[in-house]
Write a protein that binds this ligand. Structure first.
Ligand SMILES: [Zn+2]
Length: 255
């Protein structure tokens, strides 16, 4: 999951402050890891196995016990996700150096299991970060939501090569534009028709790897045309963190 955009930093800030409030040390400006963090990457000295040692704020990347992504079990086809989008949502699509991120305009929301959540941003990884029985998909999209306290819920959608997908045209046009471009996403149109899912407690998949993120990964994949996948991969490829140990956690199939 990508988290470097300033708007998400603001939303994540309450969690940072809560942590600091438990310490004797006074809170200080500049402790927001999103802004102050060391540079990281997917290869070389800044690669995922080194993230935890790159900066104090990234420690969870190395020592956290509830990290994402994970390998998911075979699809079970249980209850479907109760998600209601708000139609086409406008925003800015721009490359942030690690992925291409659509940042929704203020007021964009999604209702999940009856709870209204802000749609903060969406972005992609190629190949996928979550795997199923050890197998990655061609790509994975993350729809990042926050509740009114800043707690994050990320809906993950796995994509395979197949038919052209009109619902992704606006976003992918932004991905190929280089500089920022206005585009629109309609979450419901971008999800698979059948919405059974796996859910678990995890983390951001990019530094600072903050935990307390509710993950909902849909079991059915979507299709993207070969040209669409190629356009995404031309922007970023192999921008996926390897799967992390499940540890004591369990993967559930209902919210
Ligand atoms: Zn992501």
């Amino acid at each position: 999951m990508q988290s470097t955009h300033a708007r998400l930093s603001l939303l994540a800030a309450p969690a940072v402050l809560l942590v600091l409030a438990g310490c004797a040390a006074p809170t200080q400006p500049g402790t927001d890891a999103h802004d102050a963090g060391a540079s990281w990457s997917y290869d070389g000295t800044g690669s995922p196995e080194h993230w935890g040692a790159l900066a104090d704020e990234y420690a969870a990347c190395g020592t956290g016990a509830q990290q994402s992504p994970i390998d998911l079990p075979t699809a079970r086809g249980d209850a479907e996700l109760d998600l209601v989008g708000s139609g086409a949502v406008a925003g800015l699509t721009a490359d942030n150096g690690h992925t291409v991120q659509f940042t929704a305009d203020d007021g964009a929301s999604t209702t999940i299991a009856g709870q209204d959540l802000d749609l903060v941003q969406m972005h992609f990884h190629a190949g996928s970060e979550h795997t199923v029985d050890g197998d990655p998909a061609e790509a994975e999209f993350h729809f990042v939501h926050a509740d009114d306290r800043g707690a994050l819920t990320v809906v993950g959608v796995l994509a395979e090569r197949g038919a052209h997908n009109a619902a992704y045209e606006s976003y992918i046009a932004g991905a190929t534009a280089g500089a920022g471009r206005e585009s629109a996403v309609d979450i419901e149109a971008m999800l698979p028709q059948i919405r059974s899912f796996a859910t678990y407690e995890g983390s951001l998949t990019t530094p600072p790897c903050t935990e307390g993120v509710r993950w909902i990964v849909l079991e059915n994949t979507i299709e993207l045309g070969a040209d669409q996948l190629a356009d995404l991969e031309a922007a970023h490829v192999e921008n996926a963190r390897p799967v992390q140990p499940l540890g004591d956690r369990s993967v559930r199939h209902a919210l």
